[in-house]
Design a protein. Structure first.
Length: 335
């Protein structure tokens, strides 16, 4: 699609930016709200998304700006989260526009016939897809804004940035971006976190905190009717450094014992000695519906007894709350 065709197109692409460090569960809820506006939603984890509104505008009988404002009202009222929304006739224009909205939130819609002129006024690093090194290379050549980038022969831009990167930058500076919004959901995962009130060295305290995190993750999976094929453990240390490792389960599971065994192996792999921990995160990944997990015939009577006890504990939690019962070692961490 050429620049003139892009200008005649309707502004039906919405780019949504959530606040940085948004929790995964809240991000999923934002994606669900977007799906209520349009069936074509492309998740861009960890905190952004694209929405194709062409069919949605006809369905809702309104314009893109109004749908964006409806989205903001819903995210604020239901989730306590504001979003920045850019609207344009292409992904480049919409994503560039959303980045120009000041936090915490707002809507910027760029009319198709003004898109190229609007882009031209922006600094070159503001064009979506231009990274810091590319921006530095262009500035060294004297290209300080998108208008100058659009005026340079594409062959020159390719020499400066490389073949494919230069071609894309030259096209997008001219408002040319034929990429469609491709429906894509967030990969299924579930996360639980523990933050230590002070830097922690005690091995027993860390193990108790990990067990508590495992129990909460398993309960979350069972409440969703899901099972995990893999676990990822992330350890956060004083000073800001992190350690992360993933391990797959022998069989998909949402049972305390299965997740605990793998989580302990991950912790052992970290080889902690004198590292001062500030927190840990356990994520169940590659999830599937629990109904799809094959029920294995087991001769392990102890395991079967633990599963019966787990189901009984879940019933107690359902009635009296999730924190009234659990492993004794986990209560060491809670206390």
């Amino acid at each position: 699609m050429g620049a003139q065709e892009a200008a005649r197109a309707k502004p039906t692409v919405m780019h949504v930016r959530c606040p940085d460090r948004l929790g995964e569960e809240t991000y999923r809820q934002v994606l669900e709200l977007l799906a209520g506006l349009s069936p074509v939603v492309q998740a861009l984890p960890p905190s952004a998304a694209l929405v194709e509104l062409k069919g949605a505008l006809r369905y809702h009988g309104t314009d893109a700006r109004h749908l964006a404002e409806v989205l903001r009202v819903r995210t604020i009222s239901r989730l306590g989260v504001d979003v920045r929304v850019g609207i344009g006739s292409s992904i480049t224009v919409a994503a560039t526009a959303s980045a120009q909205v000041e936090a915490p939130g707002g809507v910027l819609a760029v009319d198709p016939d003004q898109a190229v002129a609007w882009l031209a006024t922006l600094p070159v690093e503001a064009l979506h897809g231009i990274g810091p090194r590319q921006a530095e290379a262009l500035r060294d050549y004297g290209v300080h804004n998108v208008g100058l980038l659009a005026a340079i022969p594409p062959a020159t831009v390719q020499r400066l940035l490389g073949g494919r990167a230069g071609r894309l930058a030259a096209d997008r500076a001219r408002g040319i971006d034929p990429r469609p919004v491709v429906p894509r959901t967030l990969p299924a995962s579930a996360t639980t976190r523990t933050t230590f009130p002070r830097h922690t060295l005690d091995g027993a305290d860390v193990r108790a905190a990990l067990l508590d995190t495992v129990v909460r993750l398993a309960l979350l999976l069972r409440s969703r009717g899901q099972a995990a094929r893999a676990l990822t453990l992330t350890l956060r240390f004083a000073g800001g450094s992190t350690w992360e490792k993933t391990r797959r389960l022998a069989e998909p599971s949402h049972h305390d014992d299965d997740l605990r065994t793998v989580a302990y192996k991950l912790m052992d792999a970290a080889g902690l000695q004198r590292g001062r921990l500030t927190g840990l995160t356990l994520k169940g990944e590659d999830l599937l519906d629990a109904d799809q997990v094959a029920q294995q015939i087991s001769l392990d009577t102890a395991r079967e007894a633990r599963l019966v006890a787990e189901a009984a504990v879940d019933r107690v939690r359902d009635k009296y709350g999730p924190d009234v019962i659990g492993p004794a070692a986990a209560f060491r961490h809670a206390s």
